[in-house]
Design a protein around this ligand. Structure first.
Ligand SMILES: O[C@H]1[C@H](O)[C@@H](O)[C@H](O)[C@@H](O)[C@H]1O
Ligand SMILES: [Fe+2]
Ligand SMILES: [Fe+2]
Length: 318
């Protein structure tokens, strides 16, 4: 068992075991290192962006991908049931971070069991996607270790699928995310399927601004519930020292209607507009690193463990 933990992650249902791990962590916790100044700069990089995905199709092709039917079915349910009330209730429930504790690496390994059915571009286990993204971004940004770690963990919220985390159905774990409490944009994947969503008939929620005011900031927007929001709650709840850009990536990387479709810009404040560039950077690796070429887990594990080690004092909540 590695000695770095994310709270909210289980270690069985055994409270005693949880307590013992927490105690051990307290005892073992290294003295805080001086926060070094982080250089966060976007540089021109030359990642080879492939045109085709693992199946030889263009990326994010929702019309005629090999996985079209399964993907569409997932969004049918997602668009019907993701309401403002639903997402709020999930946020409240999971925001308590009561599921337990577990190491970040163990959590990655848990995702070995899951293939993301909302994804037209990849049918490999999710741990492969984490490693592919992290390795691709590391190649182009060798000095930005926070980006490597962000890539490694960005989809860990998908553990919601695991019975120990509630065994949530796929439609409220994976897939693109979108704001709730205001009108659904046509830029959202399979937007026609929102006809079945009661919020679309609610006059409080179905106008351009709905419950929001112009430029209120994405921080104040209720997003549909899924792996992004869950991991964001976990990172915040554990007082992460990852930079704000990492949290922004974690929380909004599935918000394609914004970072690819250019919709909902009127909800952004100036800070969000600054941050948006990181979603563009991240997307390149998150999306285009998907391939059939497997990463050798044993080879990259030591480096990733060293990254995890660096934030050990961050990723625990006691
Ligand atoms: O199918 C994918 C997958 O679930 C990703 O993890 C998510 O970030 C994307 O936005 C989504 O379209
Ligand atoms: Fe994701
Ligand atoms: Fe991803």
């Amino acid at each position: 068992m590695d000695d770095v933990f994310i709270d909210a992650f289980f270690y069985g249902n055994d409270d005693e075991a949880n307590k013992r791990f927490r105690q051990r962590l307290l005892e073992e916790q290294a003295p805080q290192e001086e926060e070094e100044e982080r250089e966060i700069a976007i540089v021109e990089v030359d990642f080879f962006v492939p045109e085709n995905n693992a199946f030889g199709n263009s990326f994010r092709n929702y019309q005629d991908s090999l996985r079209r039917i399964a993907v569409e079915e997932l969004y049918r349910t997602n668009h019907a049931f993701q309401t403002y009330e639903f997402a709020m209730a999930k946020k409240e429930e999971y925001g308590r971070l009561e599921k337990g504790v577990m190491s970040i690496w163990e959590c990655c390994e848990l995702l070995n069991e899951y293939v993301d059915e909302s994804d037209p571009d990849l049918d490999e286990p999710q741990i492969e996607h984490l490693l592919q993204t992290a390795e691709a971004i590391r190649r182009d940004y060798p000095d930005q270790d926070w980006l490597h770690l962000t890539a490694l963990i960005h989809d860990l919220g998908k553990v919601l699928l695991h019975p120990a985390f509630g065994g949530e159905p796929k439609w409220c774990v994976v897939g693109d995310t979108f704001p709730l409490g205001c009108a659904f944009s046509e830029a959202i994947v399979h937007h026609k399927l929102f006809v079945a969503n009661p919020d679309g008939r609610n006059p409080e929620y179905n106008t351009k601004l709905g419950i929001y005011i112009e430029n209120c900031g994405l921080e104040n927007v209720a997003m549909s519930w899924g792996h992004d929001e869950y991991l964001y709650l976990v990172a915040k709840g554990n007082n992460t020292t990852l930079p704000p850009a990492a949290l922004f990536i974690i929380r909004f990387h599935s918000f394609y209607a914004l970072h690819q479709g250019g919709a909902y810009t009127y909800l952004m404040n100036n800070e969000d507009k600054e941050m948006l560039k990181w979603l563009h950077v991240f997307k390149k690796y998150d999306l285009h690193s998907k391939s059939k070429e497997r990463i050798n887990e044993d080879e990259v594990k030591p480096y990733n463990l060293s990254l995890i080690e660096k934030v050990r004092s961050t990723f625990i909540e006691l």
